[in-house]
Write a protein that binds this ligand. Structure first.
Ligand SMILES: Cc1ncc(COP(=O)(O)O)c(C=O)c1O
Length: 466
């Protein structure tokens, strides 16, 4: 008998793994949640995780590691210098991403700090496909000014454009005209674009960008935090890639850039870790020198040997088609269920989470009353599900005028940790969002009563307006 079973035609996205160990979570009462929320100043970052039932705050460092990764921890070579695990990690980065040189860091922002210090001069411009909080802050602290060159569709939650992470080359060209190519430190390209809702960039767009940058002598630095997830969307949506593997597409993406910062806490399936990877030896030399100032010796950065081993194994697991298919499939499942109930979310559903459109969800709450922050608080109060604000609080203030940035996107991110929650958990999330939607008129917004200077969303405190 012959069956053509090599395609996924009718198969669901079910997980290519089974559960070996479980962690109990606390089911709280409404009164317990109310108390916890007030104590946390209506900021989900300030909740104790013991008071959380389903934790969708972030996909960062919240991954479940595989048995192979846990076994890898036992192979940690904790030598101060020249750990074997550093070389395993270097091999994995060269093999799966194709970058030549590795500088390990404790997480993504450690790498952002180093590359910003090396490549950005006072007064420089750093164009990118939408800002990311820590990335932009490091660019600014090094004297640069971030400029958004993402396509307009990315700022429209309703637009179904398949590659909302694409760069608008006309916007980049206008910056080159205005400031000159020598004042552009590099183009900062994220795969996928977190703040746009986990939206991918296409290879066609990246190739065009590469050609433009080569012509003008501008580097591309790749925030590759979710590169495998971006590759999956390319495989699904971009002509000519259906038969390529995620691993092949990942390598092609990386080959169009000069270097990368990585928060391994996402795609690479670990709980801590990151790195800077570059192709230029001189930049590597400088980075290797700076890393000892800010992170640790150049063969461990901020990581222990066992952490580096887990990242090396995680990288290999992260580029497997079956893994990514189920990872993104679970996010799509949640998004599609919410869409079926007409809940306003960013479309198309992104890679690492579902993003609620708080402006549409709570049209009666003005942006200055922090609708996304208030919505995240209301969801926690309803069910103990923790989500994250990605709107005016996250956007922070203009470094020159001191005014709030008023981003077009005012979102609540339901971020799905990798390999952690089940489909039944996703169903509970849907039930809670529907409940809050039914009662949305009771959510009146917040007042900020404490505002930290840097990355205020992490520690700001609020009071309820009613
Ligand atoms: C797109 C993107 N870039 C950079 C970072 C920073 O990485 P880390 O949190 O590991 O410092 C993150 C993490 O949230 C991210 O999502």
């Amino acid at each position: 008998m012959e069956l053509d079973s090599n395609t996924y035609r009718r198969r669901s996205w079910a997980e290519p793994w089974k559960i070996k160990m479980v962690e109990h979570v606390k089911m709280t009462t409404y009164e317990e949640r109310k108390k916890a929320l007030v104590e946390a100043g209506f900021n989900t970052f300030l909740l104790r995780s013991g008071d959380v039932y389903i934790d969708l705050l972030t996909d960062s460092g919240t991954n479940a590691m595989s048995d192979r990764q846990w076994a890898g921890l036992m192979l940690g070579d904790e030598a101060y210098a020249g750990s074997e695990n550093y070389y395993h990690l270097e091999d994995a980065i060269q093999k799966y991403y194709g970058y030549k040189y590795l500088v390990p860091t404790h997480q993504g922002r450690g790498a952002e700090n180093i590359i910003s210090r090396i490549l950005i001069k006072q007064g420089d411009i750093v164009p990118g496909n939408m800002y990311f909080t820590t990335t932009r802050l490091h660019q600014e602290l090094s004297g640069g000014t971030f400029k958004d060159i993402i396509i307009d569709e990315a700022h429209d939650p309703e637009s179904e454009y398949p590659f909302k992470g694409n760069v608008d080359l006309a916007k980049l060209d206008a910056l080159v005209d205005e400031y000159g190519a020598n004042r552009i430190s590099y183009v900062s390209i994220a795969t996928t674009v977190n703040m746009a809702g986990g939206q991918p960039i296409s290879l066609a767009n990246l190739r065009e960008l590469r050609a433009y940058c080569l012509q003008h002598g501008i580097r591309i630095i790749h925030d590759m935090t979710r590169v495998a997830e971006n590759a999956w969307f390319i495989k699904q949506r971009e002509e000519g890639y259906a038969d390529k593997s995620v691993a092949e597409i990942v390598k092609e993406i990386c080959s169009l850039t000069d270097g990368a910062t990585m928060s391994a806490k996402k795609d690479a399936l670990v709980n801590i870790g990151g790195f800077l990877a570059v192709n230029d030896y001189d930049i590597f030399e400088e980075a290797r020198n700076l890393v000892v100032v800010y992170e640790g010796l150049h063969t461990y950065g901020g990581m222990s040997g066992r952490d580096m081993e887990a990242v090396a194994i995680g990288i290999e697991e992260s580029v497997q088609d079956d893994h990514i298919r189920s990872r993104v499939g679970q996010v799509e499942y949640l998004g599609n269920r919410l869409l079926a109930h007409d809940i306003p979310i960013v479309k198309p559903v992104g890679s690492h989470g579902v993003f609620l459109d708080a402006k549409k969800f709570l049209p009666h709450v003005p942006q200055i009353s922090f609708p996304a922050q208030a919505l995240a608080a209301a969801i926690y109060l309803d069910s103990g599900i923790r989500t994250m604000e990605r709107g005016i609080v996250s956007a922070g203030r203009d470094k020159l005028t001191g005014d709030h940035y008023y981003p077009k996107l005012e979102l609540v991110r339901l971020t799905i940790p990798r390999r952690v929650y089940t489909q039944a958990h996703m169903d509970v999330v849907v039930e809670s969002i529907l409940e809050v939607f039914d009662q949305r008129n009771r959510v009146l917004g917040l007042k900020m009563v404490y505002e930290p200077k840097y990355l205020r969303f992490f520690q700001a405190r609020f009071e309820s307006l009613g």
